[in-house]
Design a protein around this ligand. Structure first.
Ligand code: HEM
Length: 217
């Protein structure tokens, strides 16, 4: 793509295939096909606790970074919502009862490493948070319909951001477009975003094999 293309459009187009792969994993297909029980969904929420812990730790570390800080609004924080959800789904002793799968541990390491650079941080941030406010909302509806989870247990999918989700998405794309990255830096962001998608696929596949769903990635 030429340099006149807004980066948000370039990033979206460059990761379309990765997105399709993530959507088509055995775990995601089973979740959306309503073939998972609540325990199987809870395993994903557990992994998210570790993943968002790392993302939000990097967000804090980069709080004074002029680029990274444009993407991190306080209302986006998911760790408090995940704490509530896991207490509801597992019980008060949830902290002792959750564990990351090895793919989650690798993902967390990657977030910490790539997230030392603001562009690497944004790559990982985009993959999760922009996905949560888009396709994640499909899962929010599913949790309500299939498991009766509206607030407690599904807080992760509720974003009280200024301007609602459309306003947030627009702000986010504007921040991507005006981050001021050179073409080389944009390419590095794209490559790291593909890695972030792959990290998600690896986690879904690990959960699928644990649940004996097979891994159709
Ligand atoms: C499994 C079910 C999924 C469904 C149904 C789904 C659906 C969607 C839809 C409809 C959009 C477009 C929203 C729009 O046009 O603004 C979207 C965007 C997005 N999704 Fe997904 N998605 C899924 C899984 C994932 C996963 C697993 C990830 C990453 C871990 C992800 C990351 C993203 C990102 C980053 C965007 C924003 C793209 C952009 O506008 O730049 N999605 N998703």
């Amino acid at each position: 793509m030429d340099t006149a293309t807004p980066f948000s459009a370039e990033l979206r187009a460059a990761t379309r295939k990765e997105h399709e792969r993530a959507e088509r994993t055995g775990y995601m297909e089973a979740l959306l096909g309503e073939r998972l029980d609540l325990g199987a969904y809870t395993r994903l929420a557990e992994q998210y606790y570790f993943i968002y812990g790392a993302l939000e730790e990097r967000a804090d570390a980069l709080a004074d970074d002029p680029i990274a800080s444009r993407f991190t609004e306080p209302e986006l924080r998911r760790v408090p919502a995940l704490e509530q959800d896991l207490a509801h789904l597992i019980g008060p002793d949830w902290r002792e009862r959750i564990a990351p799968v090895p793919a989650t541990e690798s993902y967390v390491r990657r977030i910490r490493e790539a997230g030392r650079w603001s562009g690497g941080f944004v790559a990982h941030h985009y993959t999760r948070y922009l996905g949560d406010v888009a396709g994640g909302q499909v899962i929010r509806r599913l949790l309500a319909q299939r498991y009766g989870l509206v607030d407690a247990g599904a807080a992760f999918y509720r974003f009280d951001v200024a301007g609602g989700l459309p306003g947030f998405r627009k702000r986010y794309r504007d921040s991507l477009d005006t981050a001021g990255w050179s073409q080389v830096e944009r390419e590095r962001v794209i490559v790291e975003t593909c890695v972030a998608f792959e990290c998600n696929v690896a986690v879904f596949n690990a959960l699928a094999s644990e649940l004996d769903l097979g891994s159709a990635a």
